[in-house]
Design a protein around this ligand. Structure first.
Ligand code: NIG
Ligand code: FE
Length: 429
């Protein structure tokens, strides 16, 4: 028998290992077709997954420098949150309370609150303050099992302030392990100084902001809040044509508050994702399916905004779409960082199974960010982003609400979080 190979880390003692498979988004009936390995173990070396399999086999094959005992927990891939607005200063709990008393998101925005109140906060904050806040939020993401986020700018809305936000994201990427995929969202709202001059603001975004952002490599995607009260289809078309010309991928806040035909446009322009989609039409769903756009659904947002309408997730899946689930973490419409919570609400609101939610919160989200070849599954060759859940099986992931059941996080092959105490959960062995 060959001598055991020496590796960095072996994860043993799990009741179950559950993971989607492959490097492409899984839609339709495949959404819930995950691989479940009873008493599965993982071999990790040099930041990568080296092998996945039955524990006795891996224990025999490898000699590990460190062994992590999952103590009856469940191993799943690190979560990928494909839609967040994490660069802001100041929170908006007053608006949350106003909504409990009947005011709507739009009424609050039109009265000068909403996005523009966060814009005032970001403009007044220094780069250092924003960085400190972002680093704290990234620590919280990590403790909740999220190892990759898409991170938008969009609360600066001047060239200088948008660059400030994107530079803060770049600096955060240098300082810690949660990967932030940067998105430029200069078209989040029309800032106060351009009130009544939307066309002039779109011109500024296209001709001054986008070229500078692209030239400095500060964003991988460009997003727009395409909505009746912000940027219409013609504005979005112009913004996205420019973004594409400059080499950026596209994501779109589409059909969130009204059916504007955002999904159809996202499909026509070959966007990587169309997000929210509470008001998407059957035609929009068909268009997204034909174009292979990933719908990024945010099940907690309508709850948070006290809106009845939810995204027709099951109809999207029937049409063959491969949805991602995300938090939409931001101070206004969803102050939530927990992917387990977002997945649980995905199950409750959209009638998704635990397996479907797992794929939506890992592989499909990674694919929407162009990272499916590297992230989102527990398979050899992928980056070793793994979490140990204090759950006896993956179904508990959406069944249990409210507790942070993440007991350990391995990011890029290193054990970076061990949350204790637990019934199950990891122990160095
Ligand atoms: O995804 N829809 C636009 N953007 C955010 C809300 C941002 C805010 O209210 O600050 C969203 O819901
Ligand atoms: Fe958003």
């Amino acid at each position: 028998m060959a001598a055991p190979e020496t590796i960095d880390l072996l994860v043993v003692g799990a009741a179950e290992l559950a993971t989607p498979t492959g490097v492409r988004p899984r839609g339709g009936a495949e959404l819930g077709a995950i691989q479940v390995v009873a008493r599965g173990a993982l071999a990790i070396h040099a930041g990568r997954i080296l092998a996945v399999g039955a524990e006795p086999e891996l224990v025999q094959r490898f000699k590990a420098l460190r062994v992590l005992d999952a103590r009856g927990g469940t191993l799943v891939p690190g979560f990928v949150d494909a839609h967040t607005h994490p660069v802001f200063a100041g929170t908006r709990e007053e608006e949350f309370e106003l909504r409990t008393r009947g005011q709507t998101y739009l009424e609050i925005a039109q009265a000068g609150g909403g996005i523009l109140s966060s814009v005032r906060g970001v403009r007044a904050a220094t780069r250092e303050q924003l960085l400190e806040l972002l680093l704290l939020r990234l620590e919280r993401f990590l403790a909740l099992g999220t190892t990759t986020i898409e991170a938008k700018s969009g609360y600066g809305l001047t060239l200088e302030d948008e660059l400030k936000c994107l530079e803060v994201i770049a600096e955060a990427n240098r300082r810690q392990v949660v990967e932030c995929v940067p998105t430029f969202l200069g078209a989040h709202d029309v800032p106060a100084e351009y009130k009544g001059q939307r066309a002039a603001y779109v011109e500024l975004v296209c001709e001054e902001m986008l070229p500078r952002v692209a030239e400095r490599g500060l964003a991988r995607y460009c997003d727009a809040f395409t909505e009746a009260h912000t940027f219409d289809l013609a504005d979005t078309r112009r913004l996205f044509a420019r973004a594409r010309e400059l080499g950026l991928g596209l994501r779109m806040h589409a059909d969130q508050l009204t059916d504007l035909g955002g999904a159809e446009l996202a499909a026509e322009l070959g966007a990587a994702s169309a997000d929210h989609l509470e008001h998407v039409s059957p035609r929009g769903i068909q268009a997204l399916a034909r174009a292979g756009v990933v719908p990024v659904l945010c099940p907690v947002v309508p709850l948070f905004l006290r809106q009845e309408r939810e995204a027709p997730a099951r109809r999207m899946i029937e049409a063959g779409l491969a949805p991602a689930l995300s938090t939409d973490f931001n101070p206004g419409s969803c102050y939530l960082q927990s992917m387990p919570e977002a997945l649980a609400w995905g199950a409750l609101r959209y009638r998704l199974s635990a397996a479907e939610c797992l794929t939506a919160g890992t592989l499909n989200a990674a694919c929407s960010l162009g990272r499916g070849h590297e992230l989102g599954t527990l398979e050899s060759g992928k980056r070793a982003d793994v979490i140990v859940l204090d759950h006896p099986n993956h179904k508990h992931l959406v069944y249990e609400l409210g507790r942070n059941a993440v007991r350990a996080v391995i990011a890029r092959g290193r054990v970076v979080v061990v949350n204790g105490p637990s019934e199950r959960g990891p122990r160095d062995a």
